[in-house]
Design a binder for this molecule. Structure first.
Ligand code: NDP
Length: 292
């Protein structure tokens, strides 16, 4: 069923969201602080709203894709009366506390908020690899899910409004950790005069195997049993990892990205956990606030 949808915020991501909705046949109204950014969507058939109030009034489903939490408050704070009875889907990246604050504010003004985390870059929107995480009232999600499907797989997590933001942050954190390793690997190869492109498919394949271990790591971290299912003990890994970093330094490649990880591994071995998995270093991370 075509559902009128308003999209507020037409940066790189908001523009793709609006485009995906138009492609699915939904009547779309758009607003952006800098109005020139609405032009290409109007050409595709969207209606242009001249201010946030007009955009919110046009549709029962209102999507926000702005820079940050503050820009969401700046855009919506003065227009809560227009949101009454509607569903605001906030696809702006925020932290859990901000998502919960928005939910409490929505409850005061009699509208629903779904908080979403977009696990995609703009060109992936509407394609098979995009998935989006949502939290907030289940009934609101069920009501608007047919609209949200335009963006990619819509995955409902929990009634806790902060859950989608938490998992979004967790996934991005995992990504940046992987980015550090990937850049270090390609730097080593370039330092030896080899083209990165040659090792790239091998590295991709290897990382897919590493990704398969996430479930085992999670079980160890949940159970606090860091020896459970160990296939490569920490003492051995710490020795091997140290050699990798020494090699980097000997090639004139800085080891600064990964050195902190090596240091935590050494400390964990020194404290008698060399027979366990690397996951035990989580204890240092979680106790940091209380010990330092
Ligand atoms: P852009 O920088 O391209 O766009 C930012 C948007 O926010 C613009 O529409 C801008 O308006 C608007 N904006 C900024 N400040 C205000 C304000 N105070 N009041 C009103 N509008 C404001 O960012 P993206 O579109 O890439 O990202 C938007 C959101 O999507 C972010 O939260 C981001 O984390 C999230 N996201 C982005 C991904 C990506 O790969 N791009 C991936 C996953 C999530 P104006 O045009 O007037 O400057």
């Amino acid at each position: 069923h075509p559902t009128p949808v308003s999209v507020l915020g037409l940066g790189g991501m908001g523009t793709e969201l609006a485009r995906a909705l138009i492609a699915k046949g939904h009547p779309v109204t758009v607003w952006n602080r800098t109005s020139a950014r609405t032009d290409q969507l109007v050409e595709l058939g969207a209606a242009r709203a001249s201010d946030p109030a007009e955009a919110i009034s046009a549709s029962p489903v209102v999507i926000a894709c702005l820079l940050d939490h503050q820009s969401v408050r700046d855009t919506f704070d003065d227009h809560t009366e227009h949101l009454r009875g509607k569903t605001l889907v906030n696809l702006t990246t925020t932290v859990p506390g901000q998502a919960r604050e928005l939910a409490a504010w929505a409850a005061c003004h009699a509208f629903d908020v779904l908080d979403g985390g977009i696990m995609a870059v703009p060109p992936m929107i509407g394609g098979p690899d995009a998935f989006l995480l949502y939290s907030g009232p289940r009934e609101a999600f069920d009501r608007v899910e047919p609209v949200l499907a335009a963006f990619g797989e819509a995955r409902y997590l929990d009634a806790d409004p902060g859950r989608a933001a938490l998992y979004d942050i967790a996934l991005l954190t995992g990504m940046y950790g992987a980015v550090a390793g990937i850049i270090q690997a390609l730097a080593l190869v370039r330092a030896e005069g080899q083209p990165s492109a040659e090792v790239a498919p091998l590295l991709s394949r290897w990382l897919r195997g590493v990704a398969a271990a996430v479930g085992v790591y999670a079980e160890q971290i949940d159970s606090r049993d860091y020896a459970k299912g160990t296939v490569a003990n920490l003492a051995m890994q710490t020795t091997g990892f140290g050699h990798l970093l020494d090699f980097a330094e000997s090639q004139g490649v800085s080891a600064e990205l990964l050195a902190p990880l090596a240091e935590l591994m050494r400390r964990r071995v020194a404290e008698g956990h060399g027979h366990e998995e690397v996951t035990g270093i989580v204890e240092f991370l979680l106790s940091k606030g209380s010990t330092s």
